[in-house]
Design a binder for this molecule. Structure first.
Ligand code: HEM
Length: 273
């Protein structure tokens, strides 16, 4: 009896071991495709007009009004913010590729420095836009969530940098992954929002949207912590649970990437919205 149970447990082991790396690979594939769609959207919508100095045309966007007539500093901050967003988004996923880490460590180091530094600059420009821009509206609840997100970017980026400088590679990888999650809060928010619209066929209420704004960076962080704990110290149950959660979150992300592409790339970038 005991031997039979042991035999069954042994037979199960490979699946519980393989599930978590498989879920992580699925997440990475969805993430990369989504990030490319995001870069395509930011570049398509903002790059040409920004480089040509045609800031007024940003306001063709149905939700985001980046241009405020007469606010030169604010407009330049927005211009820097969206241009930096392109480089950051491209660079972030490159950092995860083990092939680059293994075969071109110098490229990993330089891309990492650039990613962290530009994320800090983009966040500082974001703080300026939220708290110092004369956009005629008092600070709102959504300003608190993005500021919390921005504060985490600054703290995590500093810790990722410090641990790399101290050659504490285990801690560095953890802080770098946490930084990647919070830097992509803006991206995840668009996936959550777009996926919701596709699945429910209606826009979220204001309250639900506020919840999305916090979930956009806190949920990926929580899932990352679970993943790291399961990967490093987890038994079969924790590893399988973590794999199921990473897989489920990635499946929702895949729906979000598809919906984001339809709403932001096809409709907004295509000029239909
Ligand atoms: C570093 C990671 C970040 C990236 C990659 C990023 C990316 C972007 C992008 C692409 C837009 C244009 C929005 C669109 O067309 O959909 C945007 C707008 C904006 N971002 Fe960021 N952002 C980041 C962090 C922040 C932070 C930390 C703050 C504030 C503290 C912030 C504040 C803003 C504001 C105020 C806008 C103007 C549009 C609005 O009112 O929603 N961003 N960001």
């Amino acid at each position: 009896m005991a031997e039979a149970a042991l035999g069954r447990a042994r037979a199960r082991t490979p699946i519980t071991r393989a599930a978590l790396p498989a879920a992580a690979t699925f997440w990475f594939a969805v993430m990369v495709i989504g990030q490319w769609a995001f870069v395509y959207y930011i570049t398509g919508f903002y790059a040409a007009s920004t480089l040509a100095g045609d800031f007024a045309s940003w306001n063709r966007h149905p939700f985001v009004k980046g241009h405020i007539p007469g606010d030169t500093i604010g407009n330049l901050a927005f211009a820097a913010h969206v241009m930096l967003a392109i480089v950051i988004t491209l660079g972030g996923t490159l950092q995860l590729l083990p092939q680059i880490r293994a075969r071109a460590a110098w490229a990993h180091r330089w891309n990492g420095r650039v990613f962290l530094l530009l994320s800090i600059f983009a966040s500082l420009a974001g703080f300026y836009m939220v708290w110092l821009r004369p956009d005629g509206t008092p600070p709102g609840f959504e300003d608190l969530s993005i500021s919390f997100n921005g504060a985490l970017i600054l703290i995590f980026a500093a810790l990722a940098w410090r641990t790399a400088a101290a050659r504490n590679i285990t801690a560095h990888r953890r802080w770098a992954l946490r930084t990647l999650m919070v830097v992509n809060g803006v991206f995840f928010l668009r996936l959550i929002f777009s996926g919701w619209i596709l699945l429910t066929q209606k826009e979220p209420s204001m309250l639900t949207f506020y919840a999305f704004e916090f979930a956009a960076f806190l949920l990926p962080l929580a899932i990352l912590e679970l993943y790291l704990r399961a990967r490093d110290k987890g038994g079969p149950i924790l590893r399988t649970t973590a794999a199921a959660i990473v897989f489920g979150a990635s499946a929702y992300m895949a729906i979000g990437v598809f919906a984001f592409t339809m709403i932001f790339v096809v409709s907004i970038l295509g000029g239909a919205a």
